[in-house]
Ligand binder design. Structure first.
Ligand code: DGL
Length: 277
């Protein structure tokens, strides 16, 4: 099926949407989907066994994400798959779309809307080390922001800080300030792209430490709109399902505090999936 087609739920259940990330970042996307289409059956899968993705090389990432998504699709039988991870989306989407006959929605850095929004023509790009140096990202810049100066910051530490925040530990403001400093080295940058789904979860802290007001741009709402456009018309009238199931790829000592954070986000059940790759 073409990913632009409207879909019907398979069987007699509300549309089931699988939202996938390496860690907790995709929750920022899940929250937007839940806000727009609260009647959908949401399954949140995170690859905590192979986390983090942002420092992996492209080949290893493609093999891993392909294996995990195949196993997840078999287990969950979703109507739509949302790859809620910029790092994965920028390398694996064509491969996943080739073997899944339902829509696959990916997240790509919001460079185009940022370029449309920026008056100063200086934009910041904050992603994982993988995303900020990827060819895919460079192509987005060439296509949509060729007349902008782009300040890039790739941070794996920020991903860890977001993970720890969900597990209950408050981000260290001095560290955040230091990581964001390149954007504020001059007065020029007026728009910053949050090109990692973990980062909207730190937005209140970013706003607090930023030395001046800038526009922070992420892709969550656009993804939720895309998902909504793929759903059958009656979906908006379905009774809301505020709770969701989570699937983890590893059960380890960290999983307990992770599950605690997921529950606070509305998760009511945790399953495990083992993937050998
Ligand atoms: N949340 C992911 C992203 O959007 C990546 C985090 C990681 O595993 O490094 O890029």
């Amino acid at each position: 099926m073409n990913s632009g087609d409207n879909i019907l739920p398979s069987g007699n259940h509300p549309p089931r949407i699988l939202v996938f990330d390496s860690g907790i970042g995709g929750l920022s996307v899940l929250a937007e989907i839940r806000r727009k289409t609260p009647g959908c059956d949401l399954v949140y899968a995170l690859d905590n066994q192979a986390f983090p993705y942002g420092t992996k090389d492209e080949e290893a990432l493609v093999v891993r994400v392909d294996a995990v998504l195949r196993a997840l699709i078999n287990r969950v039988a979703p109507d739509i798959v949302v790859v809620a991870c910029n790092t994965a989306s920028t390398v694996v989407l064509p491969r996943i779309r080739a073997h899944f006959n339902k829509p696959v929605v990916g997240v790509v850095p919001a460079i185009k809307p940022a370029a449309l929004h920026s008056r100063s023509r200086h934009i910041g790009l904050l992603g994982t080390p993988g995303t900020v140096q990827r060819l895919y990202t460079q192509k987005l810049i060439d296509d949509f922001a060729a007349d902008c100066t782009v300040v890039r910051v790739g941070s794996a530490e920020l991903v860890e800080i977001a993970e720890r925040k969900l597990r209950g530990s408050a981000p260290d403001s001095a560290r955040l300030e230091a990581i964001l400093a390149p954007f504020f080295a001059t007065d020029a940058v007026d728009t910053i792209v949050l090109a990692c789904t973990h980062f909207p979860l730190l937005l209140p802290e970013f706003q607090r430490v930023a030395p001046r007001t800038v526009h922070w741009m992420d892709s969550g709402e656009a993804i939720a709109r895309r998902v909504e456009s793929l759903l059958p018309a009656g979906t908006a009238a379905l009774p809301s399902l505020p709770r969701f199931t989570a699937i983890l790829t590893a059960s380890n000592p960290d999983a307990e505090s992770l599950i605690f954070g997921l529950e606070a986000f509305g998760c009511h059940r945790v399953d495990y999936l083992s993937v050998h790759h």
